[in-house]
Design a protein around this ligand. Sequence first.
Ligand SMILES: NC(=O)C1=CN([C@@H]2O[C@H](COP(=O)(O)OP(=O)(O)OC[C@H]3O[C@@H](n4cnc5c(N)ncnc54)[C@H](O)[C@@H]3O)[C@@H](O)[C@H]2O)C=CC1
Ligand SMILES: O=C(O)C(=O)Cc1ccc(O)cc1
Length: 364
Amino acid sequence: MIKIAIFGVGLIGGSLALCFKGKPEIHVVGHSINPKSVEKYLKHGVVDHATVSLEEAATDADFIFLCVPVGNLEEYLIRLSQIKLKPGCIITDAGSTKASITACAEKLSFADAYFIGGHPMAGSEKSGVEAASSHLYENAFYVLTPMENTPQEVYDRLAGLLRWTRAHIIKVDASLHDDIVGAISHLPHIIAVALVNQIARYNESNNLYENLAAGGFRDLTRIASGDPILWRDILSDNREVLLKLLGDWNAEISRFIELLEHNDGAGIESEFRQANEFRSGLPERRKGVLSSIFEIYVDEVPDHPGIIGQITMLLGNNKINLSNIHIIESREDVPGVLRLSFREEQHMDRAIKLLENENYTIHV
Ligand SMILES: NC(=O)C1=CN([C@@H]2O[C@H](COP(=O)(O)OP(=O)(O)OC[C@H]3O[C@@H](n4cnc5c(N)ncnc54)[C@H](O)[C@@H]3O)[C@@H](O)[C@H]2O)C=CC1
Ligand SMILES: O=C(O)C(=O)Cc1ccc(O)cc1
């Protein structure tokens, strides 16, 4: 039997647990310091066993996944270095930054155990075990940051186990990881939050901002709803990289200020052309670090009780996962528009076919 211990069974740890649970010869144990969380892990059926005891979870484990906020990773690693682990045990983490935790592990001594940093590059703005899914990592990148002295056999053993996630495992240097992920994930989160807060301030004097900021603005800023503690830890851990990136961001924004000051139409056009060209070259069907949302609009939904139930049941019966549902306008006298959101493009495609068969008019 392979014992996998997961510390912090939230969105990320819970999704890993669901990938492993029920697979041949695998036993999944969840750990939290909070007895209520332990009960919740069991209630949601994501683990085979759960415990508040770190020692009980870690002892005899073949793999230990640390899936707590970045600011708590180091204390767990230190505690694990102080107890007797199973020889050959592999400790890994799921933190969104990799340089500091790898440096910390390099300094500690683990007897016969090993540490390999990890970052599954898929997730969402949601948190908690309630949001966990066994499909979260499918077709996403899963970065591993082994150290120079990590034996190949140890790396292969972890990569082998992670095949259950159906992610693409790639090896990246820890500080290169932080530079790149800082640019493609952490910086966009800062920009989204700053943008939302800027508009919220305007809204204080006129709530028409809020009322008109539907659709595009909402989608562009989805990631501003990420968990504040989680993001406090990520940004503060990667602050050196982010200060450099924000300097570059200031330069980008200053260029736009100049273009507008000089009313430089050709310059603005050129900025849009360049962005368009790079963006069209991005891989389309792979999951990226920022999760995609696929949305359709169902027109002329009559306002009679049960219609939403009928639509969600039709999709549910066909194993189509909805990530969100929103009624845009529904008054007794006017048919409404329903916005359905999906995390998987193929789920959206299948939903369109099914709803069109039922004579609904769909806009993508
Ligand atoms: N949210 C996302 O989309 C992604 C997050 N990550 C990383 O994964 C890790 C976990 O994030 P999520 O699962 O999203 O968060 P979450 O909030 O869903 O889960 C965190 C888990 O850690 C536990 N926890 C919280 N504070 C703790 C503390 N002080 N001591 C011990 N346990 C504590 C919580 O009870 C919960 O089980 C973080 O390090 C994050 O940077 C990595 C990829 C994607
Ligand atoms: O909501 C989204 O799209 C995200 O950005 C999720 C996310 C959060 C943290 C990560 O380290 C990786 C992915």
